[in-house]
Write a protein that binds this ligand. Structure first.
Ligand code: IPM
Ligand code: MG
Length: 357
């Protein structure tokens, strides 16, 4: 049966990098994988096309799709819009409307890129961490929220950091299951020394852990986790954490690997329907210049094949093709190193295609 894939390029470099990933999907189709690709606008592009960041037609499309490939959203031209019309709302709307509560953000160092990391090679060599970020709860979605005026006329902003036991339970299970398939080590990151919500988080993770005796569970405060990530990142296997902590730690972890332009992500619902996207943003500063690195988006296609389409062999093929392109010394500017050949977005996509063919 044909699998419906919604293609949402979004804004900025999203358009350029998704075009390269679509080449890979088209190639898989030509090899016999039954896919139906449909493109739709989201983010600033959604606003331009239909007056809102998550247009009704786009929402209907993604609800009906088996999987979604997203580029990135956002751009300076949209920053003055009212908050509910900003591109980021489109992304947050996709996550909440589709119930994509489990965000998997791997941080893997390709051996070919060891020199691209700002950390010493011995600190990052062989790095392979999976950050499991809760994606539909916490302070990103908690109510009440807003900006209000106090009696003395001063304005104050407020948000709510709230997690129910069931939300922590389900994200913990995802993390434990992943740990079981990897190094069987899980570190839960919280701020239980200060926040009640973290106290309940920790209690709940411990309770779920009783069902996973084979996994070594540890806990770390988020400030220490940030420090440990840059001090000795290889101590981590799988990390699980709240929405906002995961946002911050995953950017830090990404940079350990040399470039945020290399890292894919998956956002999954309870039935493994997923949205796949590079973890970097729309990079307006380099948009339209043909220099963005499409590899994170191409690797996101590999994650889609692995987690939603049940095609692990094809996923391996894409991962291997990317590895061979790097072996040949081909580099976009973000991962450029001495002795390598610098190429642009389209050439990088073509290089992966050549390896796949
Ligand atoms: C991410 C991004 C988003 C987030 C923004 C664009 C809303 O930083 O996916 O990490 O904060 O979740
Ligand atoms: Mg982020």
């Amino acid at each position: 049966m044909s699998k419906k894939i919604a293609i949402l390029p979004g804004d900025g470099i999203g358009v350029e990098i998704v075009a390269e990933a679509v080449k890979v999907l088209e190639h898989l189709k030509s090899e016999g994988l039954d896919l139906e690709l449909t493109e739709a606008p989201v983010g600033g592009a959604g606003y331009d096309a239909a007056g809102k960041p998550l247009p009704d037609e786009t929402l209907a499309l993604v609800k009906d799709a088996d999987s979604i490939l997203l580029g990135a959203v956002g751009g300076p031209q949209y920053e003055a819009l009212p908050r509910e019309l900003r591109p980021e709302r489109g992304l947050l709307g996709l996550r909440s409307e589709l119930g994509l509560f489990a965000n998997l953000r791997p941080a893997i160092l390709y051996p070919q890129l060891a020199d691209a990391s700002s950390l010493k090679p011995e600190v990052v060599a062989g790095l392979d961490i999976m950050i499991v970020r809760e994606l539909t709860g916490g302070i990103y979605f908690g109510e009440p929220r807003g900006i209000r005026t106090k009696e003395n006329g001063e304005r104050e902003g407020y948000n709510t950091l709230v997690y129910s036991e069931s939300e922590v339970d389900r994200i913990s299970r995802v993390a434990f299951d992943i740990a079981m398939k990897r190094g069987k080590k899980l570190c839960s990151v919280d701020k239980a020394n200060v926040l009640e919500v973290s106290e309940l988080w920790r209690e709940t993770v411990v309770k779920v852990g009783e069902e996973y005796n084979d996994v070594e569970l540890s806990h770390m405060y988020v400030d220490n986790a940030a420090m440990q990530l840059v001090k000795w990142p290889k101590q981590f296997d799988v990390m699980v954490t709240k929405n906002m902590f995961g946002d911050i730690l995953s950017d830090a972890a990404a940079m350990l690997t040399g470039s945020i332009g290399m890292l894919p992500s998956a956002s999954l619902d309870a039935n493994s329907k997923g949205m796949y996207e590079p973890i970097h943003g729309s990079a307006p500063d380099i948009a339209g210049k043909g220099v963005a690195n499409p590899l994170a988006t191409i690797l996101s296609v590999a994650m889609m094949l692995r987690y939603s389409l049940d095609q692990p062999a094809l996923a391996d093929k894409i991962d291997a093709a990317v590895g061979r392109v790097l072996d040949k010394g081909l580099r976009t500017p973000d991962i450029m190193a001495a002795g390598c050949k610098q190429i642009g977005t389209v050439e990088m996509g073509d290089a992966v295609m050549a390896e796949l063919a």
